[in-house]
Design a protein around this ligand. Structure first.
Ligand code: ADP
Length: 532
């Protein structure tokens, strides 16, 4: 396959030995198959009744999750088309924060429907054209049917957060977690030109094993999972002036190995004294700025600890870079790389810095910061697996609340929106006509995979429920979807199952982009894999 035969029977080598090449139908079939397998893998996790997956990595570490993006991130996929599906989940996560499983499942179904059309001899370029028209129309329809809401309405935000948490193992604490997410986002939201903007980097999530999830709390400030370096340092500093130092408070080791010959005891004494002086100078420099709290990214020498404690300064060492950045943002301090450059202008401010015991371990709380927008959610829970899944649920909840505060628009969940879109796209397809109409129809059909899967995962009679929900949707209104707990069609707005418009728009956009990209490929040339 990798070589042609030229004139005179001379082979012309075009591709190196071991290269695999698939062309035309073979390429399409294999790519579609690989992508669909990925979609099938996450499909069983969709919705509140979806199951969890246990992933074990090569080191034996276990992750138990229901989150599409996490599942795909953790499994090691090789096929390029399968990897493209992982990208769908990633994009969805970055752009909207939730709806990752939805996006991947829709992408898989779009490809399955496309394959049926290809089998009927419809050229992929026609399918691509139809899908492109459909996705544009879908965005327009979603804009039309979006329900405007008050972005500050507590009840709406709680419902949004709760819908995102439902189905995760953290569900039993959803009321409490949803409240934490809503309060955190409200705290950091800023109004600019009449619109809210939420920078979720201002929300720090910190985890500590122990107690129950219900003990998780929101702290108005930054919490650092570290303790004071010296027991004689103050535990509590009010009106804290904070220095952030991205350096070690130690005498620097020389780059090159040097040997010092000491021949007399007083030389040794002088040498040590010199070292001591350097450390003392460093601490004096800090004291001179008026700082009473110091966060250091690297180490703090024993002697420096002693001098700092003597000066009544609370010091913390080996603070993570990301925490240093959060502290800088929250307290208004400037991170200084060299202690010598530290001035009083570089200091930040917080009303209180205090070391508190949480589950037997000390943590540093920095509260009443200069920038009141900085908050921390401290997650508690029995085991590491529980805490990790609570973290993922909270992250999703925070992001959907952000979406709604920023956009002020929602849509009903439980498949209601996908059914409405499907009905309207069918009508649109009829207007477009021609072969593209078949692709638009396929697109519209593919969206039904969401209500279908929600029903299937809830153990309901899928066909029966789907027929019922579509007919009720047509007669009773566009909020009718499947209430998977009651096992029947219901008004999802009344049941409080709502989602941000941004999640739906993005899910359809990223799913179709991936499907279209895969459909356009008719030649796969894969180099021999180099074993690592
Ligand atoms: P994703 O990663 O796509 O967000 P989820 O597993 O979180 O996947 O499932 C989201 C789907 O579950 C959405 O379609 C949402 O409308 C639906 N859903 C959530 N709660 C309910 C409910 N109580 N009844 C029916 N559907 C629900």
């Amino acid at each position: 396959m990798a070589q042609l035969v030229g004139q005179g029977g001379q082979p012309i080598v075009i591709l190196p030995e071991g290269t695999q090449r698939y062309v035309g139908r073979d390429a399409q079939r294999l790519n579609i198959l690989a992508a669909r397998i990925v979609a099938e893998t996450v499909r069983t996790t969709l919705g509140p009744k979806g199951m969890d997956k246990m992933l074990v990595d090569s080191l034996g570490d276990i992750v138990i999750t229901n989150d599409g993006a996490t599942i795909l991130d953790k499994i090691d996929l090789q096929h390029p088309a399968a990897k493209m599906m992982v990208e769908v989940a990633k994009t969805q996560d970055e752009e909207a924060g939730d709806g990752t499983t939805t996006a991947v499942v829709i992408a898989g179904e779009l490809l399955r429907k496309a394959e049926e059309l290809i089998d009927q001899n419809i050229h992929p370029s026609i399918i691509v054209k139809g899908y492109t028209l459909a996705v544009e129309k879908a965005q327009e329809i979603l804009g039309d049917i979006a329900i405007k809401v008050d972005p500050e309405n507590e009840e709406t935000l709680m419902k949004i957060a709760k819908t995102a948490i439902t189905g995760k193992s953290a569900e039993s604490h959803r009321e409490h977690l949803a409240r934490l997410a809503v309060e955190a986002v409200k705290q950091v939201a800023e109004k600019k030109d009449g619109k809210f903007e939420v920078d979720i980097d201002n929300i720090k999530i910190e985890k500590k094993e122990g107690e129950s999830v219900e003990e998780s709390q929101l702290i108005k400030g930054v919490v650092i999972d570290k303790e004071r370096v010296h027991p004689r340092m103050p535990k509590r500093v009010e009106r804290a002036k904070i220095a952030l130092i991205n350096d070690a408070l130690e005498v620097k080791k020389t780059e090159t190995d040097a040997k010092i010959n000491i021949t007399a005891p007083d030389q040794l004494y002088a040498f040590l004294e010199q070292e001591e002086k350097m450390i003392k100078d460093m601490v004096d420099q800090i004291v001179a700025t008026g700082a009473n709290v110091v966060f250091v990214q690297k180490g703090i020498d024993d002697l420096a600890q002693h001098y700092l404690a003597k000066a009544g300064i609370l010091a913390v060492r080996r603070v993570k870079k990301s925490d240093m950045e959060k502290l800088a943002k929250a307290t208004g301090a400037k991170i200084v790389t060299n202690v010598k450059d530290l001035t009083s202008e570089d200091l930040g401010y917080a009303e209180l810095v205090e070391e508190r015991k949480i589950a037997g371990e000390n943590m540093i709380f920095v509260e009443g910061c200069k920038n009141p927008k900085a908050v921390t959610i401290l997650i508690r829970g029995g085991t590491e697996h529980v805490i990790d899944e609570v973290e993922r649920a909270l992250e999703d909840a925070v992001k959907v609340v952000k979406d709604v505060m920023e956009d002020g628009a929602i849509l009903p969940g439980g498949g209601a929106t996908e059914i409405e879109l499907s009905i309207r796209l069918d009508e649109y397809g009829k207007q477009v006509g021609g072969k593209e109409a078949l692709a638009i129809e396929a697109f519209s059909d593919a969206l039904k995979i969401i209500p279908k899967t929600l029903a299937e995962n809830a153990g309901l009679d899928t066909i029966d429920v789907l027929v019922k929900v579509i007919s009720e949707h047509k007669t009773k209104g566009k909020a009718i979807g499947i209430d998977v707990f009651a096992g029947e069609p219901a008004d999802m707005l009344e049941r409080g199952v709502i989602e941000p418009v941004r999640v739906k728009k993005q899910a359809i956009k990223s799913a179709s982009e991936a499907a279209i990209m895969i459909l356009r490929i008719d030649d796969v040339i894969a180099a021999k894999r180099v074993k690592s």
